[in-house]
Design a protein around this ligand. Structure first.
Ligand SMILES: Nc1ncnc2c1ncn2[C@@H]1O[C@H](COP(=O)(O)OP(=O)(O)OP(=O)(O)O)[C@@H](O)[C@H]1O
Length: 536
């Protein structure tokens, strides 16, 4: 109520108010309509079209809360504080846009309606700034998303049960964090710290929160001196990430299991995201794994990028695309860091080709400008990053020789940005088809030199030797399409005198086979088949 009065008063006394504001905050030329609009555009780009005759009122509305706080400070402090608050509001608006955006192509461009915006501005000072909470308070629509991710239901609830994210997955909240064990630090970046933990001694999860000692918080507090506001600014990265994890559902995007808001000693409502657990990508380690596993990572990545290019929010680009933004979950690549994802398509004019320049350290590309937008810029940025960070290292290296020409073509075409993501996906799926069905095996006229005795339900536990790239470090465990391929492998290893077809398969359906130096330890093993070399 009090806030409402302040907004109304601001409307009546606006010219006086804005004049004072200009003097206090030293915003040059604030009295000029043009500059007011550019300020609005800078901080509230989506407002600009609406700001016409009554733009002053909008300015008043937008900054009133901030100014009331800032008015009590010295000029420089106020300007700094306002800057910080405007950054928070900017991130807030971004999250609102993602939450409200209709499925791409079926909805309105600007989902924040003026009435809601006014209500947002009217929310009580001191209320926490969790946009999900604020929107929920102000939104009288029962959206699908709200039903599934209601902070009122989950975030402070200590006894929630039976609610779901997806139709069959219970949503986790603060109560699930009552019994957290085996907490281990996993990693941190500029803003967040990530811990591995077991909930109720069973479910292993990753817990993501703002790193109080991280660069982001440290730099912000140094500049603005307000730990609380700096926390709010940083926490919007987690809120954005949670929002995108919820809205972008794909097997190669880490799952959001839930979240919890808790007060700590100094700061109210600190947010912790509870997500699927992965293991950080180690490029050196990856180079030592089989081609099949490395191909899986590239294919997961391309499937992810294909989804992002056609996502319900529009074409999403990952502005920070280093391998550390991805983790592995059971061999599948998943993106974890979504705080730098963006759906903004770069605007351009046909008379200025440089508008659409994609710049990379070793190369630049200029894309065509089509109807004021750089054609496919988000998709192509992702694709070139996939090429430079993943494909060049992982795709061709030790691939089956017959697949090499296809793989080289994929690497070259993505490196030149000749293909879009649709064609790239098609080509990788084709490679999978050829591999999965054994079409990569050479039609060799060479006959095998040795004969092998087949022993059903038998294994050879000992007689191991090492080979590369083995699925097991102290033995030679490789994947093959067929017995014929296993015989070829055995004949190419000087130590090999036998092999055992296990009953395990890889993600492509290939069979895992142990290669052995002999058969002295032959013993019965249900479901396995041993092949023993009987002549040479
Ligand atoms: N779900 C997860 N499972 C395992 N490790 C994770 C998970 N999420 C993040 N990590 C690890 O924690 C690190 C930091 O996480 P994240 O990238 O989200 O933080 P950030 O502050 O945004 O980092 P950056 O500065 O790279 O943007 C990651 O590099 C990754 O190795």
């Amino acid at each position: 109520m009090k806030r409402r009065k302040i907004v109304v008063a601001a409307g009546f006394c606006l010219s006086f108010f804005l004049g004072t504001l200009m003097n206090l905050l030293y915003i040059p030329g604030f009295e000029h309509q043009q500059n007011q609009d550019s300020i609005i555009h800078r901080y509230y780009p989506e407002k600009q079209q609406r700001v016409t005759g009554d733009s002053q009122l909008h300015v008043g509305e937008l900054v009133t809360e901030d100014v009331v706080k800032s008015n009590t400070k010295s000029g420089t402090e106020s300007r700094h504080h306002l800057d910080l608050l405007l950054q928070i509001r900017e991130r807030f608006d971004e999250v609102v846009r993602y939450r409200r955006r209709q499925a791409h192509g079926s909805g309105t461009g600007d989902p924040v309606r003026p009435l809601e915006r006014r209500r947002l501005m009217d929310s009580e000072p001191g209320d926490n700034w969790d946009p999900i909470k604020i929107i929920e308070r102000t939104d009288n629509r029962q959206t699908h998303f709200q039903n599934r991710l209601s902070p009122m239901k989950y975030m402070h609830s200590k006894s929630q049960k039976g609610e779901t994210i997806n139709s069959n997955t219970p949503m986790l909240g603060c109560s699930s964090m009552d019994n957290v064990t085996n907490v281990q630090y996993l990693g941190s970046g500029y803003t967040k710290a990530v811990y591995k933990a077991a909930l109720n001694n069973s479910l292993s999860v990753a817990l993501k929160s703002v790193d109080f000692g991280g660069h982001d918080m440290e730099n912000c507090v140094k500049k603005y001196g307000s730990a609380g506001d700096c926390y709010r600014l940083a926490s919007f990265k987690i809120v954005k990430e949670m929002t995108l994890m919820e809205r972008l559902q794909h097997p190669n995007i880490l799952k959001l299991y839930g979240y919890c808001y808790q007060d700590n000693n100094e700061i109210q409502d600190t947010v912790t995201a509870i997500t699927e657990l992965g293991s950080p990508l180690e490029m050196i380690q990856l180079l030592q794994t089989s081609w099949e596993e490395r191909f899986r990572i590239c294919l997961s990545l391309v499937r992810l990028l294909h989804y992002l290019a056609h996502s319900p929010l529009g074409s999403v680009t990952l502005l920070d695309f280093r391998p550390r933004q991805f983790v592995l979950v059971s061999g599948e690549l998943k993106v974890t860091d979504l705080d730098d994802a963006s759906t903004e398509e770069a605007p351009c004019s046909t008379s200025s080709p440089s508008d659409c320049t994609l710049e990379f350290p070793a190369r630049n590309f200029t894309l065509p400008c089509n109807r004021g937008c750089c054609l496919g810029i988000n998709e192509k940025r992702n694709l070139y990053n996939a090429y430079r960070f993943f494909f060049t290292y992982l795709l061709p290296h030790r691939a089956p020789p017959t697949l090499r020409p296809l793989l080289d073509k994929i690497v070259n075409s993505t490196g030149e940005l000749d293909w879009g993501i649709d064609e790239t996906l098609l080509q990788l799926e084709n490679v999978l088809h050829l591999y999965r069905n054994g079409y990569y095996l050479q039609n060799s006229t060479k006959t095998h030199v040795a004969d092998y005795k087949r022993v059903v339900d038998a294994s050879i536990p000992g007689e191991n030797y090492r080979c590369w790239p083995s699925y097991q470090h102290d033995g030679c465990l490789l994947s093959v399409y067929s017995v014929t391929e296993a015989i070829s492998v055995c004949e190419s290893h000087t130590q090999c005198q036998a092999f055992v077809l296990t009953n395990q398969t890889t993600w492509t359906g290939h069979q895992l086979v142990f290669f052995k130096t002999g058969n002295a330890s032959l013993s019965s093993a249900h479901g396995q088949v041993a092949y023993i070399r009987v002549s040479s």
